[in-house]
Ligand binder design. Structure first.
Ligand SMILES: NC(=O)c1ccc[n+]([C@@H]2O[C@H](COP(=O)([O-])OP(=O)(O)OC[C@H]3O[C@@H](n4cnc5c(N)ncnc54)[C@H](OP(=O)(O)O)[C@@H]3O)[C@@H](O)[C@H]2O)c1
Length: 303
Protein backbone atom coordinates (compact mmCIF):
# COMPACT_ATOMS: atom_id res chain seq x y z
CA UNK A 1 0.00 0.00 0.00
CA UNK A 2 1.00 3.67 -0.35
CA UNK A 3 1.44 5.82 2.70
CA UNK A 4 2.98 9.13 3.66
CA UNK A 5 5.96 9.12 5.99
CA UNK A 6 8.47 11.56 7.43
CA UNK A 7 11.95 10.59 8.53
CA UNK A 8 12.82 14.01 9.96
CA UNK A 9 11.07 17.10 11.34
CA UNK A 10 10.75 20.10 9.08
CA UNK A 11 8.77 21.87 6.37
CA UNK A 12 6.20 20.24 4.06
CA UNK A 13 9.05 18.85 1.93
CA UNK A 14 9.86 16.23 4.62
CA UNK A 15 6.63 14.42 3.70
CA UNK A 16 7.35 11.42 1.44
CA UNK A 17 5.13 8.77 -0.12
CA UNK A 18 6.40 5.19 0.16
CA UNK A 19 5.22 1.62 -0.43
CA UNK A 20 4.64 -0.26 2.84
CA UNK A 21 2.97 -3.41 4.15
CA UNK A 22 -0.70 -3.28 5.05
CA UNK A 23 -1.21 -3.14 8.82
CA UNK A 24 -3.07 -5.95 10.59
CA UNK A 25 -6.01 -4.90 12.80
CA UNK A 26 -5.18 -5.57 16.46
CA UNK A 27 -7.62 -6.23 19.33
CA UNK A 28 -10.61 -3.88 19.12
CA UNK A 29 -9.40 -2.45 15.81
CA UNK A 30 -10.77 -2.44 12.30
CA UNK A 31 -8.72 -2.18 9.13
CA UNK A 32 -10.03 0.67 6.98
CA UNK A 33 -9.32 1.27 3.29
CA UNK A 34 -8.92 5.04 3.53
CA UNK A 35 -10.52 7.08 0.74
CA UNK A 36 -9.91 10.54 2.17
CA UNK A 37 -8.19 12.21 5.12
CA UNK A 38 -8.18 15.89 5.95
CA UNK A 39 -5.41 18.33 6.83
CA UNK A 40 -5.58 19.82 10.32
CA UNK A 41 -3.68 22.93 11.34
CA UNK A 42 -2.15 21.18 14.37
CA UNK A 43 -0.27 18.82 12.06
CA UNK A 44 2.20 21.58 11.30
CA UNK A 45 3.36 21.36 14.91
CA UNK A 46 3.71 17.57 14.73
CA UNK A 47 5.50 17.74 11.39
CA UNK A 48 8.00 20.31 12.68
CA UNK A 49 8.46 18.54 16.04
CA UNK A 50 7.04 21.42 18.13
CA UNK A 51 4.49 18.87 19.36
CA UNK A 52 5.36 15.18 19.55
CA UNK A 53 3.63 12.50 17.47
CA UNK A 54 5.89 9.67 18.66
CA UNK A 55 9.34 8.55 17.47
CA UNK A 56 10.42 9.20 13.88
CA UNK A 57 9.61 8.00 11.28
CA UNK A 58 5.83 8.45 11.46
CA UNK A 59 2.82 9.07 9.28
CA UNK A 60 0.65 12.13 9.85
CA UNK A 61 -3.12 12.38 9.29
CA UNK A 62 -5.77 12.35 12.00
CA UNK A 63 -9.13 11.95 10.33
CA UNK A 64 -10.30 9.47 7.78
CA UNK A 65 -13.25 8.32 5.77
CA UNK A 66 -13.21 4.96 4.05
CA UNK A 67 -14.45 1.38 3.93
CA UNK A 68 -13.97 -1.36 6.53
CA UNK A 69 -11.76 -4.06 5.03
CA UNK A 70 -11.41 -6.43 8.02
CA UNK A 71 -12.00 -6.55 11.76
CA UNK A 72 -9.53 -7.48 14.50
CA UNK A 73 -10.10 -9.73 17.55
CA UNK A 74 -12.98 -8.48 19.70
CA UNK A 75 -14.05 -5.77 17.25
CA UNK A 76 -17.75 -6.28 16.61
CA UNK A 77 -19.25 -2.89 15.89
CA UNK A 78 -18.54 -2.83 12.12
CA UNK A 79 -18.56 -5.32 9.24
CA UNK A 80 -16.33 -5.46 6.15
CA UNK A 81 -17.89 -3.18 3.55
CA UNK A 82 -19.22 -0.63 6.05
CA UNK A 83 -18.46 2.97 5.12
CA UNK A 84 -17.02 4.69 8.19
CA UNK A 85 -15.40 7.95 9.23
CA UNK A 86 -13.50 8.92 12.33
CA UNK A 87 -10.33 9.78 14.16
CA UNK A 88 -6.95 8.20 14.80
CA UNK A 89 -4.33 10.35 16.51
CA UNK A 90 -1.83 9.96 13.65
CA UNK A 91 -1.35 7.73 10.62
CA UNK A 92 -4.33 8.24 8.32
CA UNK A 93 -2.39 9.47 5.26
CA UNK A 94 -2.24 5.88 4.08
CA UNK A 95 -4.23 3.52 1.86
CA UNK A 96 -4.97 1.26 4.82
CA UNK A 97 -4.99 2.02 8.52
CA UNK A 98 -5.96 0.03 11.64
CA UNK A 99 -8.21 2.09 13.91
CA UNK A 100 -9.81 1.43 17.31
CA UNK A 101 -13.47 0.87 16.54
CA UNK A 102 -14.49 3.38 19.21
CA UNK A 103 -12.87 6.11 17.12
CA UNK A 104 -15.23 5.41 14.21
CA UNK A 105 -18.88 5.81 13.25
CA UNK A 106 -20.84 4.97 10.13
CA UNK A 107 -20.28 7.66 7.50
CA UNK A 108 -23.28 9.95 7.04
CA UNK A 109 -25.08 8.96 3.81
CA UNK A 110 -25.43 12.62 2.83
CA UNK A 111 -21.64 13.09 2.62
CA UNK A 112 -19.15 11.53 0.24
CA UNK A 113 -15.77 10.39 1.62
CA UNK A 114 -14.22 13.82 0.97
CA UNK A 115 -16.93 15.61 2.95
CA UNK A 116 -16.88 13.02 5.74
CA UNK A 117 -13.07 13.21 6.09
CA UNK A 118 -13.37 16.99 6.59
CA UNK A 119 -15.52 16.52 9.66
CA UNK A 120 -14.05 14.43 12.52
CA UNK A 121 -11.26 16.46 14.16
CA UNK A 122 -12.59 19.92 13.31
CA UNK A 123 -16.23 18.99 13.91
CA UNK A 124 -15.58 17.25 17.24
CA UNK A 125 -13.52 20.23 18.45
CA UNK A 126 -16.27 22.66 17.42
CA UNK A 127 -18.85 20.42 19.11
CA UNK A 128 -16.85 20.26 22.36
CA UNK A 129 -16.62 24.08 22.42
CA UNK A 130 -20.27 24.74 21.64
CA UNK A 131 -21.36 22.22 24.29
CA UNK A 132 -18.96 23.72 26.85
CA UNK A 133 -20.31 27.19 25.98
CA UNK A 134 -23.89 25.98 26.57
CA UNK A 135 -24.88 28.01 23.52
CA UNK A 136 -28.54 28.95 23.38
CA UNK A 137 -31.03 31.68 22.46
CA UNK A 138 -30.14 35.08 23.90
CA UNK A 139 -26.46 34.18 24.15
CA UNK A 140 -23.74 35.98 22.15
CA UNK A 141 -20.60 34.11 21.14
CA UNK A 142 -17.53 35.48 19.33
CA UNK A 143 -15.61 32.91 17.26
CA UNK A 144 -12.06 33.74 16.11
CA UNK A 145 -10.65 32.23 12.89
CA UNK A 146 -14.27 31.51 12.06
CA UNK A 147 -13.59 30.76 8.39
CA UNK A 148 -11.15 27.94 9.16
CA UNK A 149 -11.68 24.23 9.70
CA UNK A 150 -12.89 24.31 13.29
CA UNK A 151 -14.35 27.82 13.08
CA UNK A 152 -16.73 27.33 10.15
CA UNK A 153 -18.24 24.30 11.87
CA UNK A 154 -18.46 26.09 15.25
CA UNK A 155 -20.39 28.94 13.58
CA UNK A 156 -22.97 26.48 12.28
CA UNK A 157 -23.25 24.58 15.58
CA UNK A 158 -23.66 27.76 17.64
CA UNK A 159 -26.34 29.03 15.22
CA UNK A 160 -28.12 25.70 15.40
CA UNK A 161 -28.34 26.17 19.18
CA UNK A 162 -29.90 29.61 18.66
CA UNK A 163 -26.96 31.81 19.73
CA UNK A 164 -26.11 35.18 18.19
CA UNK A 165 -22.81 34.52 16.41
CA UNK A 166 -20.05 37.08 15.90
CA UNK A 167 -16.95 36.10 13.98
CA UNK A 168 -13.51 37.36 12.98
CA UNK A 169 -12.21 36.89 9.42
CA UNK A 170 -10.74 38.99 6.65
CA UNK A 171 -13.27 40.74 4.37
CA UNK A 172 -12.99 38.23 1.50
CA UNK A 173 -14.52 35.59 3.81
CA UNK A 174 -17.47 37.59 5.15
CA UNK A 175 -19.98 36.36 2.55
CA UNK A 176 -18.92 32.77 3.26
CA UNK A 177 -19.54 33.24 6.98
CA UNK A 178 -22.84 35.06 6.47
CA UNK A 179 -23.91 32.08 4.36
CA UNK A 180 -23.18 29.80 7.32
CA UNK A 181 -25.35 31.97 9.57
CA UNK A 182 -22.86 34.35 11.24
CA UNK A 183 -24.78 37.43 12.43
CA UNK A 184 -21.82 39.86 12.48
CA UNK A 185 -18.35 39.48 11.04
CA UNK A 186 -15.38 41.69 11.99
CA UNK A 187 -12.50 42.17 9.55
CA UNK A 188 -9.67 41.77 12.04
CA UNK A 189 -7.18 43.15 9.51
CA UNK A 190 -8.78 46.63 9.58
CA UNK A 191 -10.71 46.67 12.85
CA UNK A 192 -9.64 46.00 16.43
CA UNK A 193 -12.09 43.29 17.47
CA UNK A 194 -11.85 44.37 21.11
CA UNK A 195 -13.39 47.72 20.10
CA UNK A 196 -15.99 46.26 17.72
CA UNK A 197 -17.19 43.43 19.97
CA UNK A 198 -18.03 44.01 23.64
CA UNK A 199 -19.92 42.16 26.37
CA UNK A 200 -20.29 38.79 24.67
CA UNK A 201 -21.05 35.76 26.83
CA UNK A 202 -18.43 33.49 25.25
CA UNK A 203 -15.34 33.83 23.07
CA UNK A 204 -14.05 30.75 21.26
CA UNK A 205 -10.41 31.49 20.42
CA UNK A 206 -8.79 29.53 17.58
CA UNK A 207 -5.89 31.94 17.10
CA UNK A 208 -4.18 32.12 20.50
CA UNK A 209 -1.15 34.10 21.65
CA UNK A 210 -2.12 37.75 22.19
CA UNK A 211 -5.69 36.92 21.09
CA UNK A 212 -6.21 35.13 24.42
CA UNK A 213 -5.80 38.09 26.81
CA UNK A 214 -7.26 40.53 24.25
CA UNK A 215 -10.39 38.39 24.01
CA UNK A 216 -11.11 39.11 27.69
CA UNK A 217 -11.79 42.72 26.59
CA UNK A 218 -14.71 41.47 24.48
CA UNK A 219 -16.30 39.41 27.29
CA UNK A 220 -18.98 40.52 29.73
CA UNK A 221 -18.15 40.20 33.46
CA UNK A 222 -18.38 36.50 34.30
CA UNK A 223 -18.06 35.57 30.61
CA UNK A 224 -16.28 32.44 29.38
CA UNK A 225 -13.16 32.29 27.19
CA UNK A 226 -12.66 28.96 25.46
CA UNK A 227 -9.45 28.15 23.61
CA UNK A 228 -8.39 25.10 21.60
CA UNK A 229 -4.91 26.21 20.60
CA UNK A 230 -1.51 25.03 21.84
CA UNK A 231 -0.57 28.55 22.99
CA UNK A 232 -3.73 30.11 24.46
CA UNK A 233 -1.75 33.13 25.73
CA UNK A 234 -3.21 33.09 29.26
CA UNK A 235 -4.36 30.83 32.08
CA UNK A 236 -7.33 30.54 34.47
CA UNK A 237 -5.72 32.96 36.94
CA UNK A 238 -5.50 35.80 34.45
CA UNK A 239 -9.16 35.37 33.48
CA UNK A 240 -10.23 35.06 37.11
CA UNK A 241 -8.34 38.21 38.09
CA UNK A 242 -10.56 40.05 35.61
CA UNK A 243 -13.74 38.36 36.85
CA UNK A 244 -14.04 35.99 33.90
CA UNK A 245 -13.66 32.29 33.25
CA UNK A 246 -11.22 30.44 30.98
CA UNK A 247 -11.23 26.84 29.79
CA UNK A 248 -9.17 24.90 27.23
CA UNK A 249 -11.30 22.58 25.11
CA UNK A 250 -10.36 19.53 23.13
CA UNK A 251 -12.12 17.02 20.93
CA UNK A 252 -13.63 13.82 22.35
CA UNK A 253 -12.73 11.22 19.69
CA UNK A 254 -15.44 8.63 20.32
CA UNK A 255 -18.14 6.93 18.27
CA UNK A 256 -20.91 8.53 20.32
CA UNK A 257 -19.55 12.05 19.69
CA UNK A 258 -19.15 11.27 15.98
CA UNK A 259 -22.76 10.08 15.92
CA UNK A 260 -23.82 13.54 17.15
CA UNK A 261 -22.10 15.01 14.08
CA UNK A 262 -23.75 12.39 11.86
CA UNK A 263 -27.15 13.38 13.22
CA UNK A 264 -26.48 17.10 12.61
CA UNK A 265 -25.31 16.63 9.01
CA UNK A 266 -28.15 14.22 8.30
CA UNK A 267 -30.67 16.82 9.52
CA UNK A 268 -29.02 19.48 7.32
CA UNK A 269 -27.78 21.50 10.31
CA UNK A 270 -24.06 21.08 9.63
CA UNK A 271 -22.06 21.03 6.38
CA UNK A 272 -18.27 20.85 6.11
CA UNK A 273 -16.87 23.14 3.43
CA UNK A 274 -13.97 21.69 1.45
CA UNK A 275 -11.83 24.37 -0.18
CA UNK A 276 -9.73 21.93 -2.18
CA UNK A 277 -8.73 18.29 -2.47
CA UNK A 278 -5.22 16.95 -3.15
CA UNK A 279 -4.22 13.42 -4.15
CA UNK A 280 -1.94 11.73 -1.57
CA UNK A 281 1.03 12.28 -3.91
CA UNK A 282 0.50 16.05 -3.49
CA UNK A 283 0.41 15.99 0.33
CA UNK A 284 3.36 18.40 0.42
CA UNK A 285 1.30 21.00 -1.50
CA UNK A 286 -1.65 20.45 0.84
CA UNK A 287 0.59 21.10 3.86
CA UNK A 288 2.09 24.20 2.23
CA UNK A 289 -1.42 25.58 1.78
CA UNK A 290 -2.39 24.72 5.38
CA UNK A 291 0.81 26.28 6.76
CA UNK A 292 -0.11 29.58 5.08
CA UNK A 293 -3.06 29.77 7.53
CA UNK A 294 -5.61 31.18 5.07
CA UNK A 295 -7.73 28.07 4.41
CA UNK A 296 -11.49 28.50 4.06
CA UNK A 297 -13.08 25.41 5.62
CA UNK A 298 -10.94 22.33 5.06
CA UNK A 299 -8.31 20.82 2.77
CA UNK A 300 -8.80 17.13 2.06
CA UNK A 301 -6.31 14.53 0.80
CA UNK A 302 -7.73 11.72 -1.35
CA UNK A 303 -6.08 8.33 -1.11
N1 LIG B 1 -7.71 21.24 20.95
C1 LIG B 1 -8.11 20.49 19.92
O1 LIG B 1 -8.65 19.40 20.10
C2 LIG B 1 -7.94 21.04 18.53
C3 LIG B 1 -8.47 20.37 17.45
C4 LIG B 1 -8.37 20.95 16.17
C5 LIG B 1 -7.70 22.17 16.02
N2 LIG B 1 -7.15 22.77 17.09
C6 LIG B 1 -6.44 24.06 16.95
O2 LIG B 1 -7.39 25.04 16.57
C7 LIG B 1 -6.76 26.04 15.77
C8 LIG B 1 -7.56 26.24 14.50
O3 LIG B 1 -7.46 25.06 13.72
P1 LIG B 1 -8.11 25.01 12.27
O4 LIG B 1 -7.81 23.65 11.74
O5 LIG B 1 -9.49 25.50 12.31
O6 LIG B 1 -7.18 26.08 11.52
P2 LIG B 1 -7.27 26.54 10.01
O7 LIG B 1 -8.38 25.88 9.30
O8 LIG B 1 -5.90 26.43 9.42
O9 LIG B 1 -7.58 28.10 10.18
C9 LIG B 1 -7.46 28.89 9.05
C10 LIG B 1 -8.28 30.15 9.27
O10 LIG B 1 -7.70 30.95 10.29
C11 LIG B 1 -8.06 32.28 10.02
N3 LIG B 1 -7.18 33.19 10.74
C12 LIG B 1 -5.83 33.15 10.78
N4 LIG B 1 -5.38 34.14 11.58
C13 LIG B 1 -6.47 34.80 12.05
C14 LIG B 1 -6.66 35.91 12.91
N5 LIG B 1 -5.61 36.57 13.43
N6 LIG B 1 -7.93 36.31 13.20
C15 LIG B 1 -8.98 35.67 12.67
N7 LIG B 1 -8.87 34.61 11.81
C16 LIG B 1 -7.62 34.20 11.51
C17 LIG B 1 -7.92 32.37 8.51
O11 LIG B 1 -8.85 33.31 8.04
P3 LIG B 1 -8.36 34.68 7.39
O12 LIG B 1 -7.82 34.38 6.03
O13 LIG B 1 -9.57 35.49 7.43
O14 LIG B 1 -7.24 35.17 8.28
C18 LIG B 1 -8.30 30.97 8.01
O15 LIG B 1 -9.61 30.93 7.47
C19 LIG B 1 -5.33 25.55 15.52
O16 LIG B 1 -4.46 26.20 16.43
C20 LIG B 1 -5.41 24.07 15.85
O17 LIG B 1 -4.17 23.57 16.27
C21 LIG B 1 -7.25 22.24 18.33
Amino acid sequence: MRKAIQYEYGGPEVLRIIEADRPEPGPGEVLVRVRAASVNFGETKLRTGVAKAGPLPFTLGSDLSGTVEATGPGASRFQPGDEVYGVRFVGTYAEYVAVQEDGLALKPDVLDHVGAAALPVAGLTALAAVEEARCGPGQRILIHAAAGGVGHLAVQLAKEKGAFVLATARAAKHDFLAGLGADEVVDYTTTDFTQAVRDVDVVFDLVGGAYGPRSLDSLRPGGLLLSAVLDPGLDENEAEKRGMRYKWVSLRPTSSELEKLTDLVTRGKLRPHVERTYPLEELTDAHRAADAGRVTGKLVVTV
